[in-house]
Design a protein around this ligand. Structure first.
Ligand code: BES
Ligand code: MN
Ligand code: ZN
Length: 506
C-alpha cells in the first residue's frame, strides 16, 4: 500500500523521485496551478512557457515530465493537466484534483517517493488529492511472476507527501485519514474483483470477510450451503446449484454504540457468471469474474465505515454464488421458492443476480433498517443505456433516489437516476409461479429493478445501483481508474454512511 503524509517542507529540499505540479488549460495556453509557486520561481517563473514549448496544454490527464530546476533534490518535475482553468475566484473541483493526482501517480509507477504540490484550498482538497494518488497508484500483480517487478510491471508509487495542507490541523489530519481508509478499502475491493474466479469462490470470499471482520471489530456471520437450505434461501441456492463451489450469504455488522440510524447495504456477489444453462456466448463471459463487484463494494464500504468510526450502524450483506451449468444446475423452467416465500419461475438462468439479491434484500429487510441500498452488476441493458462510466440509480422513493444521486456526485462518481415504471411489472407475470425472473427485453435494467423491489420490506426506503457499466474497465486506465476492477460505488456507499451518521440523510 502506498503511504500518504502531509508535509510543510519546501519543495526544493525534499528528497523524492519527483515533484508533481498542476497545470490548467487557460485561455491563452497552459497556466501553472496554485501550489507550484516555489517550483515555478525556481524555473525563473518560466514553467508555463517551458510547458507550452514541450507541447503541454493543461488538458485533463496530460502528463509532462521535465528535469527539475537546479537546487532541487528531486530530479524530476511532473506537470499534470487539471483541465480548464476555473473561473475567477473559483477553486478546482475536488474531482479534477482527484483525477489529476491519479494520473500523476500512475505516471510515477516505478518511482519510490513523490511530492504532490497541487492546489489545496481546504482539507477536502487535500483529501481528494490523497485519494486520487492512492487510487491511481493501484496495481494488481498477485498473479505475475516476480510480482510488480516482473517484466510486465512496475512497482506502484510507494510514498506520497502532500504539500499545501496543515499537518497539525485536525481537519487536514482527518481528511488524510479518511482518504487513506477509503482508498485502501476501495483498492481491496479492486483486488477481489480482479482475483480470478477459480481462486475467489464464494467460500474464499466469505473467509476473507471473516478475517477482515476480526481485524476491524465487525460481527461476521456466514451462512454456508447447509444453513442456506435450512433457512430457505431458494434464490441463492438455486443460482449456486450448478457449481462445484457452494454459495454463501455473508452478513457483516458494524455497530457504533451511539448510532441511532441503521443502513443496510446488499451486494451481488456472483463470483463467476457463465450464464448457467442459459450459457453466455463467447465474447460475453471473459470478464464475468467482475460479477461480484457489488459485494466487493459493500464489503469495502462496511470496513471503511468501521475504520472511520462513523456514528451509525451499517449491515453489509454479500450474496455469493457461482453461476455455472451442470447436471445439478437450475434449468430454465424451474421454480424456486425464495427466502421471502415468493416463488420465482426461472426463465433465463443468466438473470441470476436478481435471484441472489431477492433473498439478501428480504434478509436485510427483516432487521427493518432505515434504508437499504443494493449494488449490482445487474444488466447489460444498463450498460447500453448509460455507457461504461455511469451507474443507474433506481429507488422506491424519489427523495431517497435523489439523495443517493447527490451523494454520488459529491464523491465524484458518475450516476444517473432511472425510473421504475409500474407497467413493466406485468411482463414478469408467470403462469406457474408468483413472478418470472425475466420480463420485457426493452428497459431490461428497469425490469430487473422492479423484480428487486418485490423483495424489499414494506415501508423501507430502498435504492438499487446497477453498476454493470462502470464496475470493470476493459479500456485503458484514466485518471485514478485502472484497467480491470474499478471499485465503483464504494465511495458513494461510504458517503451515504457518513451522511446518515451526521443525520443528513432520511
Ligand atoms: N452479470 C450480468 C450483467 C452484466 C452484463 C454485467 C455486462 C456486466 C457487464 C447479468 O447477470 C446478466 O447476465 N443479465 C442479463 C439479464 C437478462 C438475461 C434478462 C442481461 O443483461 O443480458
Ligand atoms: Mn447473468
Ligand atoms: Zn450476473
Amino acid at each position: 500500500m502506498t503511504a500518504l503524509t502531509l508535509s510543510t517542507a519546501a519543495a526544493a529540499g525534499l528528497r523524492a523521485d519527483a515533484i508533481v505540479v498542476g497545470v490548467a488549460k487557460g485561455a491563452e495556453g497552459p497556466v501553472v496551478a496554485p501550489g507550484a509557486e516555489a517550483v515555478d520561481k525556481a524555473y525563473d517563473g518560466r514553467l508555463a512557457a517551458i510547458l507550452e514549448t514541450l507541447g503541454a496544454s493543461g488538458a485533463e490527464g496530460e502528463v509532462t515530465k521535465l528535469p527539475a530546476p537546479s537546487g532541487f533534490k528531486a530530479p524530476v518535475v511532473v506537470a499534470v493537466g487539471l483541465g480548464a482553468e476555473p473561473e475567477k475566484d473559483r477553486a478546482f473541483t475536488a474531482e479534477s484534483l482527484r483525477r489529476a493526482a491519479g494520473s500523476a501517480a500512475r505516471a510515477l509507477a516505478g518511482s519510490k517517493k513523490a511530492v504532490f504540490a497541487l492546489p489545496v484550498s481546504d482539507p477536502a482538497d487535500a483529501g481528494a488529492i490523497g485519494e486520487g494518488a492512492l487510487l491511481g497508484a493501484y496495481s494488481f500483480d498477485a498473479y505475475k511472476e516476480n510480482g510488480s517487478n516482473g517484466k510486465n510491471g512496475k512497482a506502484p508509487l510507494a510514498e506520497v507527501a502532500l504539500l499545501g495542507g496543515k499537518p497539525r490541523d485536525k481537519a487536514y489530519k482527518a481528511a488524510v485519514e479518511r482518504a487513506t481508509a477509503v482508498a485502501e478499502e476501495l483498492n481491496r475491493a479492486r483486488d477481489l474483483i480482479n482475483t480470478p474466479p477459480n481462486d475467489l469462490t464464494p467460500a474464499a470470499f466469505a473467509a476473507i470477510a471473516q478475517t477482515a471482520g476480526k481485524e476491524h471489530g465487525l460481527k461476521v456471520q456466514v451462512h454456508d450451503e447447509k444453513a442456506l437450505a435450512k433457512g430457505g434461501y431458494g434464490g441463492i441456492l438455486g443460482v449456486g446449484a450448478g457449481s462445484a463451489a457452494a454459495p454463501r450469504l455473508v452478513k457483516l455488522s458494524y455497530r457504533h454504540p451511539k448510532a441511532d440510524k441503521h443502513l443496510a447495504f446488499v451486494g451481488k456477489g456472483i463470483t463467476y457468471d457463465s450464464g448457467g444453462i442459459s450459457l453466455k456466448p463467447a465474447g460475453h463471459n471473459e470478464t464475468m469474474k467482475c460479477d461480484m463487484s457489488g459485494a466487493a463494494a459493500v464489503f469495502a464500504a462496511v470496513v471503511a465505515a468501521a475504520r472511520l468510526g462513523l456514528e451509525v450502524s451499517v449491515t453489509g450483506w454479500l450474496a455469493l454464488a457461482e453461476n455455472m451449468p451442470s447436471g445439478s444446475a437450475t434449468r430454465p423452467g424451474d421454480v424456486l421458492r425464495m427466502y421471502s416465500g415468493k416463488t420465482v419461475e426461472v426463465l433465463n438462468t443468466d438473470a441470476e443476480g436478481r435471484l441472489v439479491l431477492g433473498d439478501a434484500l428480504w434478509a436485510a429487510s427483516e432487521e427493518n433498517p432505515d434504508a437499504i441500498v443494493d449494488v449490482a452488476t445487474l444488466t447489460g441493458a444498463m450498460v447500453l443505456a448509460l455507457g461504461n462510466r455511469t451507474f443507474g440509480i433506481m429507488a422506491n422513493d424519489d427523495a431517497f433516489r435523489t439523495a443517493v444521486h447527490e451523494a454520488a456526485e459529491e464523491v465524484g462518481e458518475d450516476s444517473w437516476p432511472m425510473p421504475l415504471p409500474e407497467h413493466l411489472r406485468k411482463g414478469m407475470d408467470s403462469p406457474t409461479a408468483d413472478i418470472a425472473n425475466m420480463g420485457e427485453r426493452m428497459g431490461g435494467g428497469l425490469v430487473a429493478g422492479l423484480f428487486l423491489k418485490e423483495f424489499v420490506g414494506e415501508g423501507i426506503a430502498w435504492a438499487h445501483l446497477d453498476i454493470a457499466g462502470p464496475a470493470f474497465n476493459e479500456q485503458g486506465p484514466f485518471g485514478y481508474t485502472p484497467k480491470g476492477g474499478t471499485g465503483s460505488a464504494v465511495r458513494t456507499l461510504v458517503r451515504l454512511a457518513e451522511l446518515t451518521a451526521a443525520g443528513d440523510l432520511g
